[in-house]
Design a protein around this ligand. Structure first.
Ligand code: MLT
Length: 258
């Protein structure tokens, strides 16, 4: 049974927690992600956000037919995976640009062309954040593109503990990730929020329009400067896809949540 089926079955038997019992925390920046290895995440659901652009590319790919995506942290790891799994597409970036010898970079538009393929990807922050959540009870890939679907997934799952992980940029916080975290949490007004969650909510309250928030961010401005405004606009399209990528056994596959 797929993840959607399992989640609906859980809801059917009353498995979902009441929203008021849900404890919601947010890892706002990369230093917190580094420390996740020392935390017991066994009872925690994680949603990982790297809006510009890693998780937006993944959500786009999964919605457009990519079979599965394996996030890895190094170029060497990606190359080794191709050795063991010929036919996989290698994707990813360093400093925003495609890695030499890899088929695709980290643009959501490139991920629209990979229907039916398996992708191994390594990016500066997004894939690192996903791998850091490997010990969590469940891990979902979130983006502005699938915020509605992630909200529905969480309502069905009803986790006791939710950690929203903002991937950031190099060592710093990324405004667009914190904004998206807050926007997601707006869907759970009755939950038990940590101070970090309240900070994310305060940020999302600043911009109602996702594109304005993304264009206010440093990453948004850098991408516009590189002639990639269309990608920023794409990544700001709220709830375009009814799809949640769930990571299990190192691979991300999609489940549909309408
Ligand atoms: C990352 O994973 O660090 C980013 O998404 C970088 C990018 O897409 O340029």
């Amino acid at each position: 049974m797929g993840s959607l089926g399992r989640a609906r079955e859980a809801r059917g038997v009353g498995g979902a927690k009441l929203e008021a019992e849900m404890k919601i925390d947010v890892a706002l920046e990369p230093a917190e992600i580094e420390r996740l290895g020392t935390r017991d995440l066994g009872g925690t659901h994680c949603v990982v956000l790297d809006v510009l652009r890693a998780t937006s590319a993944m959500v786009t790919g999964l919605a457009e037919g990519v079979e599965a995506i394996c996030p890895v942290t190094t170029i060497e790891e990606a190359l080794a995976m191709r050795e063991g799994c010929p036919g996989v597409v290698l994707g990813g970036e360093r400093h925003g640009d495609r890695i030499e010898g890899f088929e695709v970079g980290n643009s959501p538009f490139e991920y629209r062309q990979l229907s039916g393929r398996k992708v191994v990807t390594t990016t500066t922050n997004g894939t690192v954040a996903l791998r850091a959540c490997g010990g969590a009870r469940k891990v979902a890939v979130g983006a502005v593109l699938n915020l509605g679907a992630v909200t529905e997934w969480l309502r069905v799952e009803g986790p006791e503990r939710l950690l929203v992980v903002c991937a950031g940029t190099f060592e710093t916080l990324a405004l667009e990730d914190v904004w998206a975290a807050g926007r997601l949490l707006e869907g759970f007004p009755g939950a038990d929020w940590t101070d970090s969650a309240r900070v994310a909510l305060a940020v999302s309250g600043q911009w109602k329009d996702p594109l304005e928030a993304l264009l206010a961010s440093r990453n948004g401005r850098v991408l516009v400067g590189k002639g990639r405004r269309a990608e920023v606009e794409w990544c700001a399209t709220e709830s375009l896809y009814p799809v949640v990528g769930e990571m299990e056994g190192g691979w991300i596959r999609s489940g549909a949540f309408v």
